[in-house]
Design a protein around this ligand. Structure first.
Ligand SMILES: *Cc1c(COP(=O)(O)O)cnc(C)c1O
Length: 374
């Protein structure tokens, strides 16, 4: 039987933000009602569909303004088109990256109508490299673009220019932070920020260091639905809202309502309760281990495992986890269930990492495992 339609699934891969499995799990709930998506109820007239996210994201990140588009690729495209079409944008050669699934910085930049000005080298770029480009009479630099190289790390003889340094240049600074970690200090977690977030730039910190505008995905570490968020100076965000591409890149009311709800969760500090991604990421190892032990059949073993954030966030850093290991390859049987379970095979054993499984799916996984034979 071929399955044509997309369906819910259980992610037992240990990759919390699995791009093929929809990245952050998030329930979109809205009744089949008319909604006030673009209606100002207080005044009884047309309003802006961005007003809610504008107010909430601005407060959350510490910016003058914010808006939401369909994904981060669209956010970068729109900012570049609004700020720099027909002019130059400097990008470090070390940040001219490809981020899975065809997001290539030089290509997005070309589509925006801006002209790429490469500065520095693959491994080292200094502030003086940017300054030289800005001062050159032919370059006509409209903005500096800094891109977080989400999915890889350059190590060894390297030098990058920080957001704080770039903010001293007198052209607008655009920073694509990628994953949407709202605050590096993770005030929504009970303890200090976890080691697996090491080096991931926070939205609040990037703005505080002087970025004029930032962009990030809604469905990575932010923990919401697929969306792209633009936050920064009012003048830049307004230029984005008024650009003809804004209409083509705008999300529908369901997504906007969901992004509003996610932002509210952060403001209330209830993300570890409300957002499935943060629920999974913040579970203690003990918890995950006990869940695995509770549902493993007698012929399976519970083993230590290493989960990852995924979606190109924080490469090379693992989240301690626990997995159920079954001798043999049972992937096809697990996938063939009405609610497919996606696992991995390692060393001739099937491995189900429980950190990426929602606790509410444990019973379903238990039934599936009980139906397998060694
Ligand atoms: C993930 C990512 C993107 C692409 O974001 P989408 O939401 O998938 O369009 C762009 N830039 C960076 C730095 C990223 O990490």
């Amino acid at each position: 039987m071929q399955r044509l339609l997309q369906s819910p699934a259980i992610n037992a891969t240990g990759v919390l933000l699995h791009t093929n499995l929809g990245r952050a799990p998030y329930a979109l709930q809205q009744p089949a009602h008319a909604s006030t998506v673009e209606f100002d109820v207080d005044r009884g007239e047309r309003g802006s569909r961005q007003r809610g996210v504008n107010a909430l994201i601005s407060r959350l990140v510490g910016t003058e303004a914010a808006m939401v588009v369909n994904n981060n690729a669209a956010a970068v495209l729109l900012v570049l088109a609004a700020v720099a079409a027909g002019r130059g944008v400097t990008v470090s050669r070390g940040e001219s990256v490809e981020i899975g699934g065809g997001f290539r910085v030089p290509e997005v930049l070309a589509q925006s109508g801006a002209r790429l000005i490469d500065v520095g080298t693959t491994n080292r770029t200094r502030l003086s490299d940017y300054r030289q480009a800005i001062q050159s009479t032919t370059a006509d630099v409209a903005a500096v673009l800094k891109v977080h190289p989400s999915n890889y790390r350059v190590t060894g003889f390297t030098e990058t220019t920080s957001t704080a340094q770039l903010a001293t240049l007198d052209v607008p600074l655009i920073v694509d932070i990628g994953s949407g970690l709202i605050d590096e200090t993770c005030p929504w977690l009970p303890g200090p920020p976890p080691a697996w977030l090491d080096g991931e730039p926070g939205a609040r910190q990037t703005i505080a260091e002087g970025a004029d505008v930032i962009t990030f995905s809604g469905d990575k570490l932010f923990g919401g639905p697929q969306a792209g968020i633009i936050a920064g100076r009012a003048q830049i965000v307004t230029a984005c809202m008024q650009h003809p591409l804004a209409r083509a890149l705008r999300p529908g009311g369901h997504i906007l309502a969901a992004v509003e709800a996610v932002a509210m969760s952060y403001l209330r500090r209830s993300v570890t309760v409300d957002l499935p991604f943060w629920q999974m990421a913040s579970a203690t190892l003990d918890d995950v281990w006990q869940r695995a032990a509770a549902i493993a059949p007698t012929w399976a073993r519970v083993v230590g495992s290493e989960a990852v954030a995924g979606a190109g966030s924080v490469p090379g850093l693992n989240i301690a986890s626990a997995a159920i290991e079954l001798p043999g390859d049972h992937l096809a049987a697990l996938r063939s269930r009405p609610l497919p379970i996606i696992a991995r095979v390692r060393d001739a054993a099937t491995v189900l990492d429980l950190r990426s499984v929602l606790p509410t799916d444990d019973a379903e996984v238990a039934v599936a495992l009980a139906a397998l034979t060694p």
